[in-house]
Design a protein around this ligand. Structure first.
Ligand code: MG
Ligand code: MG
Length: 256
C-alpha cells in the first residue's frame, strides 16, 4: 500500500509520545533560528540541529532518506529554494536572505515534523509579507483540522488564504499524515475543494506545510535531485506544524 493510503489513528499514549517528539523538534528549530546570521554556513546550521537532537537521544528521519540518500538532518532553503535544500559548507547566509529550515525528530519511534522561514537581518517588505502570508496559511489550515471536516476543507483554506493575498501555493508538494513513519496517509495537498477528501477523525496526526511562491506556482528540481526551487527565481517560503485532530480544538504537537 502506498503511504498516502495508510492512515494510522494514534492512541492517547501515542499522542503523548508524539507531543514529546514535536516539542524536541521545536527545540531544534529554535536553536537553528538563533544562528541565522550573515556569514553562517548552512552546514553549521545542520551541526547545531544535530547537537540538540543528540542531546535528547534523538535523530532526524531526513538523514539517509530517499534516493540519492539525503545527507543531512535538516533541509536549508535560501530565497528561491522552496524545500529539500542540502546544507553545504560553502553556502553562507547573507543579510536580507530568507531561510527555510525543515527538521524531523524521531523520539521513541514517533516522528515530529515542522518547518519555519525567517529573515537574516533586515529583509524587504515583500519578503516580510511572504513570511506572514505563508505562516497565516498554515494557521488557516490548522483552524480546519477538526473532527468532521475533510482534508479538502484544510487544503481549500490554505489555498484561499494564499491566493487572496496575491501569492501562489505549490501544487506538487503536500502535507501528510505522520506517526511511526514520516509520511503516512492522508495526503493533504495545499490546494483543494471544500467538502472533498478524507474525513478527519480524532487520533489523526497530520503535518500541514504550505509552500508559497511570489511569482507563479511552478517549481523545478535542481541537478542535485533534491533542492526544489521556484521556476521563475522568485522568493518562496515554507511553514509546517504537526497537528493532532481531537474531539475538540486542533492540537499543535510541534511547539515548545
Ligand atoms: Mg517537514
Ligand atoms: Mg512534512
Amino acid at each position: 500500500m502506498s503511504w498516502e493510503r495508510q492512515i494510522n489513528l494514534k492512541t492517547p499514549a501515542e499522542l503523548k509520545t508524539m507531543r514529546e517528539a514535536g516539542r524536541i523538534n521545536a527545540t531544534v528549530l529554535a536553536a537553528v533560528k538563533e544562528r541565522l546570521q550573515p556569514g553562517v554556513a548552512t552546514t553549521e546550521l545542520n551541526a547545531a540541529a544535530e547537537e540538540v537532537l543528540k542531546s535528547h537521544g534523538c535523530f532526524s528521519p531526513f538523514k539517509g532518506y530517499g534516493r540519492p540518500p539525503f545527507p543531512a538532518s535538516i533541509t536549508v532553503c535560501i530565497n528561491d529554494e522552496m524545500v529539500h535544500g542540502i546544507p553545504h559548507p560553502k553556502r553562507k547566509l547573507k543579510e536580507g536572505d530568507i531561510v527555510s529550515i525543515d527538521c524531523g525528530t524521531v523520539y521513541e519511534g514517533f516522528v515530529g515534523d515542522s518547518a519555519f522561514t525567517a529573515g537574516v537581518g533586515e529583509i524587504s517588505p515583500e519578503a516580510a509579507k511572504l513570511l506572514e502570508v505563508t505562516e497565516g496559511a498554515l494557521y488557516a489550515g490548522i483552524a480546519n483540522m477538526r473532527k468532521g471536516k475533510r482534508t479538502g476543507d484544510v487544503s481549500a483554506a490554505i489555498q484561499n488564504f494564499v491566493e487572496s493575498c496575491g501569492f501562489h501555493v505549490t501544487r506538487e508538494y503536500t502535507g501528510h499524515g505522520v506517526g511511526r513513519q514520516m509520511h503516512e496517509g492522508p495526503q493533504v495537498p495545499n490546494v483543494g475543494m471544500t467538502g472533498t477528501g478524507t474525513l478527519l477523525r480524532p487520533g489523526m496526526t497530520i503535518a500541514l506545510e504550505p509552500m508559497v511562491l511570489i511569482g507563479t506556482h511552478e517549481t523545478r528540481v535542481l541537478p542535485d535531485k533534491w533542492t526544489v526551487v521556484s521556476a521563475d527565481g522568485s522568493l518562496t517560503a515554507h511553514f509546517e506544524h504537526t497537528i493532532a485532530v481531537t474531539e475538540g480544538e486542533p492540537l499543535i504537537l510541534t511547539v515548545l
